[in-house]
Ligand binder design. Structure first.
Ligand code: 26V
Length: 811
């Protein structure tokens, strides 16, 4: 990295003018805003490039052990401002641009959000690679360069409409195409074992190849010289060679198939969607990026001349959820077929190199592939998995002498390849993402494995990067922290705890409240501009932003809003502190219930916001197209953080941590990382409600939630549900049929009704606490002070030490 201190304002200005000339042959006055953004980003990328070269050089020369975080999703959001912060030149750059008559805010807005992920899992991967660089740890991301990110959401007449996200429409200034580092990935054909010159050998023939081209994005660290790499692979047709083998043997279709379908592979990110499960294209994507990443890693280490029997001294491979689980079989293939190792040797190395994180216990997200489809697409990989499974089942049988156990643990069963089992068997570490989640894995979901492999299952509670979620998104709070507790927290977020000293300091509490208020004014302005709704910054900003899912229970939030609305209608003097309920959420395109919930939120908004009887005591706002950048605007302005999942279902949650770090009070069930938030802040600084995970789990053991009976004995709830169909929400009776079916026919599988009164009570408590403003501000302070524990730096240090065995390498 160019010496930070040597970067001057004049230097930035000169480089920007040169870049505009070089890239577009334009002078500043003629350049469009997008051209200014691209040229400016190129200038910043050039500043980073030196550190990038140096980092790679040192890693190579010293042959340091590196981790590769394999993930189908990297929700990195915008990079320009983050890079300026890391270079330590955010203010300098703002001034330089201002001198040239360019508004920094407008430049930043030009950057597309790289939305290459669905939600929590993808954002976690982005926080993790951020932390790796800031901690000077040798670690990189490997994923897919989707041409279209997650769909863009438009709201039309209250409904979600999906439109393609063309984030690559303009040139993306952060990536570097590495044509010469391309590799080829094989699909289809036949694989079998044959005797070649007296030796048993695996033959794979009649396959077609797809070219994988890497695009590298530099990931700079916070005010250090480390610049790691996020490598995203793009699929291209392999035009180098015509497939004569197939052509001549009459496999005409096979010979041309690869050519026409290749580019489809990196076209689109799958929306997290149960009904889309089992798509062959997704399996193709998985093997495509796993194989290309590993081939590149092997090529690099061949160049280094390492002994592949000691691969684990140089490489750690992380499998982010089951999506890259094929890494286990691909490493075996490379070690055996290409490096000539024996099975036993290769297997020992593979297990030492691989580690897997489980992110959910939701059945629908557990990947299972039909054998026939698998065999046809990946015949050599299938043979390897069969052999892994044969040996594994033998071991299980030897230990338990029980077929039931073998069937439960087997990788191939009931005509399906179970990816989670493959990942567990092939890894030396399997981790959950919050203490409660890990406990559920150990005691329930993965109990057999926990018994079979004692010590393999461990916990690594998730984290978030405070650089994006505090330094970048809440500059006012960051500056205030610097003033009162010094700047140590920027490099060591646990020292946010120093803020505790000011717990009873009125002037500090007042300052915190003022910052929150200003952030609320800013969000209110945004809402006015985008939604045309006037919201009062003095009202409580009560926020639920996350993907829509039954278990996340946006419906519970909605039913409480409806309950308040009805109460206010009946009794105009009903005294409540004004509230603004803010939602942001995308629904998977084929998840009809979730889409119905979006329509419900918007319908409530339509009715409540325009009802003069309500007199602005309630407002409901739906923020369209929730994304990383939207989160950065919304979270710093929140008073209440809604974390209300059915206990046991949310593996961790990471939004909960972002809100906490920005001084919101969590309203929560004891689920995922909420449990740990509670332990940190104590009973007085969080509002809890609802069934515990043990209660929920025991109810599921014999699920027969008779909602009809429940409704009969709860007339108030009956009335709320009736309003979904009686036209009182101003829509036809069948509008909310998916929600009604969920409540009545699916028997409220996520216990919205069972937890309803507890939630109402918790909301009352929020109100009571908020009215005592001094007390409320104190709660905010404690939440900020304790949030450093959830820094992803903390999390990544533990992965580095306990799982990957990698060390700091100062550049
Ligand atoms: C599943 C599928 C199924 C097939 C189609 C595409 C697709 C994409 C993603 C998924 C699994 C999503 C799992 C996930 O995002 N889990 C979340 O992980 C967060 C980070 O660990 C955690 O905080 C959340 O609680 C957990 O829900």
């Amino acid at each position: 990295m160019e010496n930070i201190k040597s970067i001057t304002k004049e230097d930035i200005k000169e480089k920007l003018l040169n870049a505009l000339k070089g890239m577009y042959a334009k002078e500043l006055p003629d350049a469009t805003m997008n051209q200014k953004y691209e040229a400016f980003s190129k200038v910043i990328r050039d500043y980073i490039s030196e550190g990038w070269l140096e980092t790679n050089k040192q890693y190579r020369e010293k042959k340091v052990k590196q981790v590769y975080y394999l993930s189908m999703e990297f929700l990195i959001g915008k990079l320009l401002e983050r890079n300026l912060i890391n270079l330590g030149i955010r203010e300098l750059a703002k001034e330089a641009l201002a001198d040239m008559g360019i508004d920094f805010g407008e430049i930043v807005e030009e950057e597309p959000d790289a939305g290459l992920g669905n939600g929590g899992l993808g954002r976690l991967a982005a926080c993790f690679i951020d932390s790796l660089s800031s901690l000077e740890l040798p670690g990189h991301g490997c994923g897919i360069r989707y041409k279209y990110g997650l769909f863009r959401q438009e709201i039309k007449n209250g409904y979600q409409v999906e439109v393609p996200d063309l984030w690559l429409k303009e040139r993306y200034p952060w990536e570097v195409k590495k044509e010469n580092r391309g590799v080829k990935v094989r699909f289809g054909g036949d694989a079998y074992v044959a005797t070649v010159r007296g030796h048993l050998k695996v033959v794979h023939e009649n396959y077609y190849t797809v070219k994988a081209i890497p695009y590298d994005i530099p990931i700079s660290g916070y005010q250090n010289n480390t610049v790691n790499t996020l490598r995203l692979w793009s699929a291209e047709a392999d035009t180098d060679e015509f497939d004569f083998v197939n052509f001549n043997s009459g496999h005409y279709m096979q010979s041309v198939e690869g050519k026409y379908t290749a580019e489809l592979i990196s076209q689109v990110l799958y929306p997290d969607d149960s009904t889309e499960n089992g798509k062959q294209l997704r399996l193709k994507q998985e093997y495509f990026f796993v194989s290309s990443s590993l081939q590149a890693i092997f090529n690099y280490h061949r160049e280094l001349g390492i002994d592949f029997k000691r691969l684990d001294d140089y490489v750690a491979i992380h499998i982010n959820d089951t999506h890259p689980a094929l890494a286990v079989a691909e490493i075996m293939r490379l070690l055996i077929d290409e490096e000539g190792l024996k099975w036993e040797e290769a297997w020992e190395i593979t297990q030492k190199v691989c580690a897997y994180t489980n992110h959910t216990i939701m059945e629908e997200a557990l990947e299972k592939w039909p054998i026939q489809m698998f065999k046809k697409l990946l015949p050599r990989i299938y043979l390897i998995i069969e052999e892994i499974n044969r040996r594994f089942c033998q071991e299980v049988m030897n230990k338990y002498l029980n077929w039931n156990v073998v069937n439960r643990m087997s990788i191939i069963e009931e005509g399906l390849v179970r990816m989670a089992n493959l990942a567990i068997v092939g890894s030396h570490s399997v981790n959950g993402v919050a203490a409660l989640h890990t406990e559920i894995l150990q005691k329930k979901e993965l109990r057999d494995f926990h018994e079979f492999y004692p010590g393999k299952l461990n916990n690594k509670t998730n984290g978030i990067t405070h650089r994006r979620w505090l330094i970048k998104s809440n500059p006012a709070l960051s500056a205030m922290l610097d003033t009162h507790i010094g700047t140590d927290w920027r490099k060591d977020p646990v020292s946010l705890e120093k803020l505790m000293e000011f717990k009873e300091d009125h002037s500090v509490l007042k300052k915190l409240a003022k910052i929150k208020h200003e952030n609320k004014v800013e969000l209110a302005r945004y809402i006015k501009e985008k939604n045309g709704i006037e919201v009062d910054p003095n009202s409580i900003f009560d926020v639920q932003v996350k993907r829509v899912h039954g278990y996340k229970r946006q419906l519970l939030n909605c039913m409480h809003i409806l309950y308040l609305y009805k109460k206010l209608k009946k009794d105009k003097d009903f005294d409540i502190h004004p509230r603004t309920f803010i939602f942001g959420a995308k629904a998977a395109p084929a998840y009809y219930f979730a889409k119905n919930v979006i329509k419900l939120i918007n319908t409530l908004g339509e009715i409540i916001n325009n009802d003069p009887d309500i007199n602005d005591k309630l407002k409901v706002v739906f923020i369209e197209n929730y994304s990383v950048s939207k989160a950065e605007k919304i979270i710093p302005a929140a008073d209440v953080s809604e974390q209300i999942s059915t206990a046991s279902k949310e593996a961790s949650g990471t939004g909960n941590m972002k809100f906490m770090m920005n001084g919101a009070v969590t309203l929560a069930t004891l689920d995922g990382a909420n449990v740990e938030i509670h332990n940190l802040v104590g009973d007085d600084n969080i509002v809890l409600f609802g069934m515990t995970s043990d209660e929920v789990i025991s109810l599921y053991e014999n699920f027969q939630n008779d909602t009809h009976k429940f409704i009969e004995s709860n007339p108030e709830i009956a009335e709320l549900i009736a309003s979904f169909v009686d036209g009182s929400l101003g829509v036809v009776g069948s509008e909310f049929s998916d929600i009604c079916r969920y409540l009545l026919e699916e028997n409220d599988y996520f216990f919205v009704l069972k937890d309803f009164w507890a939630y109402v009570e918790a909301q009352n408590k929020i109100e009571e606490l908020y009215r005592d403003r001094e007390r409320w501000n104190e709660m905010c302070l404690v939440n900020i002070a304790k949030a450093g524990y959830f820094s992803s730096d903390n999390t990544i240090s533990k992965y580095a030490r306990d799982i990957w065995d990698i060390e700091r390498e100062s550049i």
